[in-house]
Design a protein around this ligand. Structure first.
Ligand code: ADP
Ligand SMILES: O=C(O)[C@@H](O)C(=O)COP(=O)(O)O
Length: 434
């Protein structure tokens, strides 16, 4: 029976948090949408990602709510919370992005307010820090490696441009709750000091931004907030939680053992572009040809899947790469029709390739990019992912039960956030499966 229920505002964020939970000894399942909705539990209980929730310690609901209209994000998050409570969860975690991706309208503030209302609670903490991926919070300012958030590449994010780094100022226009802060001096002084700070009469109501610059700080914060029914943050805070399994190995789902692999990258992030360039030197690869896809979508997809099948025949040990962006200039930047059309076309093409290739025998899929991952998981008809071997901070393999073309197939699937992973991830991720 799950104890911890989490709500993640995007797909890669869900597997990021789930990666951390498995490392902490929680058998963890990611559900696409609320558990129980649309057949999310298929009741097979066969350990391939479609089992019943009595076999897991934590459930992470993957939503697509980060940039959805506020009302939709709130409604989806509250529905997820209700489903998690109905599944037996007693503690809750709202996972948002470690770069606090949001606009002055939301969605982090309104969703947090709504979850508190639903639980009948008056306060929670805000902890985006995740030092393993370079995100730290000091005096309420969010850093991305050496840069303040608003001086990092997030400054020019197309959907959620982050033009401030002060979490109190970012949150205030989004929430009807008062916003407070507990600074790093208190956090460094340890769990009792933080508990004492949180016990202050002025902090019984509202959203409390907590500083953290190291993993040790996050362990302190997790311990000091263990009695809060709801916490919020990136995945870092979960490193201070302790699951019921004796170790991570016991908590992990076993790989399907399938062989043929493929990498599908729709991400335009700097980290992914470096991974693409590294892989191009070492793996069979094809770049998506947007003109060809526009001219004859079916023929262009068939050419790509044909290339992958041919690569498998020639060298079954080298997973081919299909990618959209190798250099920044590959992105069609038109803000009007052209840009929207290009990104939708790329998502549609990679999603179709994924479905066709699983039909053709692909059993290990590494997908780069949050939006891309959402499109691929949807095309594969996967309703649950049972987390397995870790690849890098925030990225793991998972066992997904796919429903493609009337057939059911368990595959190993890794969803990589654009910003995560070392340069050699596309060539080394497979090692932990074998
Ligand atoms: N050449 C391109 N031109 C325009 N949009 C593209 C191009 N290649 C990929 N995209 C789109 O960019 C978006 C990337 O978002 P995502 O998959 O979340 O990864 P990331 O956030 O790491 O860039 C997707 O919608 C994808 O379809
Ligand atoms: O917390 C994080 O940074 C990630 O889990 C995450 O949410 C990243 O989002 P995308 O870069 O849009 O995949």
């Amino acid at each position: 029976m799950p104890f911890l229920g989490a709500i993640a505002d995007d797909f890669t964020g869900a597997t990021d948090l789930a990666t951390m939970l498995v490392a902490r000894g929680f058998r963890t399942e990611v559900t696409v949408g609320p558990p129980g909705a649309d057949g999310a539990e298929d009741g097979t209980g066969d350990g391939t990602g479609g089992g019943d929730l009595s076999e897991v310690d934590a459930v992470v609901v993957a939503l697509k709510s980060r940039t959805a209209p506020v009302e939709e994000a709130v409604a989806d998050s509250v529905a997820a919370l209700r489903a998690l409570r109905a599944a037996g969860c007693a503690r809750f975690y709202f996972k948002f992005c470690s770069t606090f991706d949001s606009t002055p309208h939301g969605n982090i503030g309104p969703v947090t307010d709504a979850l508190l209302d639903e639980l009948g609670e008056r306060r929670t903490v805000i902890v985006p820090s995740f030092p393993a991926t370079g995100r730290t919070v000091y005096r309420s300012r969010l850093f991305v490696h050496d840069d303040l958030l608003d001086e990092s590449p997030m400054r020019d994010h197309p959907l959620t441009p982050m033009r401030d780094s002060h979490l109190g100022r970012l949150l205030a226009p989004q929430t009807r709750s008062p916003v407070h802060a507990v600074g790093h001096d208190t956090v460094r002084a340890g769990e009792s000091a933080v508990r004492e700070a949180l016990a202050a009469p002025g902090l019984q109501d509202g959203l409390i931004v907590l500083d953290a610059t190291t993993d040790a700080d996050l362990r302190t914060l997790a311990a000091a907030t263990s009695d809060l029914p709801l916490v919020t943050g990136a995945a870092g805070l979960a490193l201070g939680l302790s699951g019921p399994q004796p170790d991570a190995a016991t908590a992990r789902a076993r790989s399907t053992g399938g062989t043929h692999g493929v990498i599908l990258s729709g991400s335009a992030s700097a980290a992914t572009r470096a991974q693409v360039r590294h892989a191009r030197e070492r793996l069979p690869h094809r770049k998506l040809d947007l003109a060809a896809l526009r001219a004859d979508f079916e023929a262009a997809v068939a050419a790509l899947t044909g290339f992958v099948r041919e690569s498998w025949r020639e060298d079954p040990g080298s997973p081919p790469l299909i990618y959209a962006v190798g250099e920044e200039s590959d992105v069609e930047r038109d803000t009007g029709e052209g840009g929207a059309e290009a990104s939708a076309l790329v998502e549609r093409a990679l999603a179709r390739c994924a479905a066709e290739l699983v039909g053709a025998g692909a059993r290990r899929l590494l997908v780069a990019g949050g939006e891309t991952s959402g499109a691929v998981v949807t095309a594969l008809g996967a309703r649950t992912l049972r987390l397995g071997a870790p690849i890098a901070p925030g990225v793991s393999w998972a066992v997904a039960r796919t429903h493609v073309g009337g057939g059911r197939q368990a595959v190993d699937l890794a969803l990589k956030s654009g910003n995560f992973g070392g340069t050699d991830m596309f060539t080394t991720a497979w090692d932990v499966l074998s």
